[in-house]
Write a protein that binds this ligand. Structure first.
Ligand code: NAD
Length: 446
């Protein structure tokens, strides 16, 4: 599963050889480690609005070295562009060119983050143009950044500000190494709900979380990350994976529940287990998923049905049980694992892409139902992640797939897990019905 090419071009000889030959030079990404600073180096907050002033003042309390103007040649940890009052595309010039002047000073693994308003909520065409312009600007900038730096945006819906809890939560996520493989993406904050954790290193303390498909791969890593962040866990997988499931459960002091999620009573069994063993249920992560790849001309029931049943129908049925339960009413959180295949499509994956597109549709339509209970439901859409699933792809196809993103490498299961942990936390309480891609800004398709 190791990406030996990335290791090679980050060694002394390999680095100079790759440079000489003009080969891709994927950087070693800055990933979160408890105890490390949020960002290294000064953070410049650009923008001349009251929102920018308030944000800069708020960020001072995070122990960051906040500047309102960059000092030339000083290495920067992050550039934050507050674009919350754009009225016309001409308003972009000043903040954007101020950011341009600082880009050369951005450190390896640095961050550029925009805060803007949704184009869909603009009343005037000029304002909508400016707001939508941020989209194209940021996505292009993210493609220009190098050395593991990323660019992402927080979109502030009506009624929210740059200092709303979830705006600060999203900002913290994008600044930190938790978002290492999230690049060129926007996350909308739709309400004032949410609260920042008392201890940023244990944001899930006191929560009981269920992870499906936790015996291996991304699911096992989600379990490790949620455990590290303070959650008590119930790990679910099929009986055939019982030994592996028990091993992961032991590692993270979880209880294991052997269960096929397609069973009619799966939702109720999950609720009963969580409540009987741990007294409550706060978070459900729908991670279990399968592929049965085949071109559509060769598709049959044996390949179509299990993919739809496991990847989406089971989630729908479990959610129905969760929404009906009196035990899932205190700021409940659901996070579903989709896939970029469900957005851009993928040859040989009509069944899988239909199921993952289905996950995203389900998440958007279920969001109001969760909101009515003070909860949220969101999806993450991973791109190429280094797992057993992708290790089985033939070498040449795999090598192309893993390089075709702005970070020129595959993500790690921990990158998906960190994003899920953030969306499951109280700090994301105002983020609902969103799909966040963890794909290094995949260059293929949409
Ligand atoms: P994996 O095959 O390694 O693990 C999936 C787990 O789900 C397995 O332990 C399996 O036993 C379990 N599972 C399958 N059917 C089940 C059922 N009916 N009931 C309970 N458990 C069941 O896969 P992975 O690579 O870790 O992927 C995890 C999730 O991430 C999946 O939803 C997958 O579609 C998605 N994803 C993966 C990638 C990638 O690059 N690996 C990319 C995009 C999305």
């Amino acid at each position: 599963m190791a990406d030996t090419y990335t290791q090679l071009v980050n060694s002394g000889m390999g680095r100079s050889l790759a440079k000489k030959l003009g080969l891709p030079q994927p950087a070693v990404l800055r990933r979160y480690q408890p105890g490390q600073p949020l960002v290294t180096g000064p953070v410049v907050v650009l923008g001349n609005t009251p929102g920018a002033d308030k944000l800069a003042a708020e960020l001072l309390s995070w122990d960051l070295d906040i500047r309102r103007h960059a000092v030339p040649a000083e290495k920067l940890g992050a550039i934050i562009l507050v674009l919350d009052e754009l009225e016309h595309p001409a308003d972009l010039e000043k903040p954007v060119l101020a950011a341009a002047g600082s880009l050369r000073d951005l450190r390896a693994g640095g961050r550029v983050i925009t805060l803007s308003r949704p184009a869909s909520e603009a009343s005037a065409p000029e304002a909508a143009a400016a707001r939508q312009g941020v989209d194209g600007f940021l996505r292009s900038l993210a493609k220009e950044l190098r050395a593991g730096a990323t660019g992402n945006g927080v979109v502030l819906a009506d009624g929210t500000t740059a200092t709303s809890s979830s705006a600060l939560g999203a900002l913290r996520f994008f600044l930190s190494g938790r978002s290492a493989f999230v690049d060129g993406q926007f996350l909308t904050v739709s309400s004032e709900d949410g609260s920042l954790p008392a201890d940023p290193e244990r944001p899930l303390a006191g929560k009981v979380a269920v992870v499906t498909g936790a015996a291996r791969g991304i699911g096992a890593q989600i379990a490790r990350t949620l455990h590290r962040d303070g959650a008590t866990l119930v790990l679910v997988d099929i009986p055939a994976a019982g030994d592996q499931l028990a091993a992961v459960a032991n590692e993270v002091r979880a209880t294991a529940l052997q269960l096929d999620i397609t069973g009619a009573d799966a939702g109720q069994r999950i609720i009963d287990h969580a409540v009987q063993r741990h007294g409550r249920l706060d978070i459900v992560v729908h991670n279990a998923g399968v592929t049965r790849d085949k071109l559509l001309v060769n598709m049959d029931q044996a390949r179509w049905n299990p993919v739809i049943n496991i990847n989406i129908a089971a989630q729908l049925r479990i959610n129905e049980a969760l929404l009906a339960s009196e035990h899932f009413r205190q700021s409940p959180r659901i996070v579903s694992v989709a896939s970029t295949s469900g957005i851009a499509g993928n040859r040989g994956q009509t069944n899988y892409a239909a199921s993952k597109g289905g996950v995203m549709g389900m998440v958007r339509a279920t969001a109001p139902l969760l909101a009515a209970r003070g909860g949220t439901i969101n999806a993450v859409a991973p791109g190429f992640i280094e797992t057993e699933m992708t290790a089985r792809i033939p070498f040449a196809v795999r090598e192309v797939a893993r390089r075709l993103n702005s970070l020129q490498q595959g993500g790690l299961p921990s990158d998906v897990a960190e994003t899920i942990a953030f969306l499951a936390s109280d700090a994301a309480g105002g983020i609902n019905g969103e799909v966040l891609r963890v794909c290094g800004q995949n260059l293929v398709g949409a």
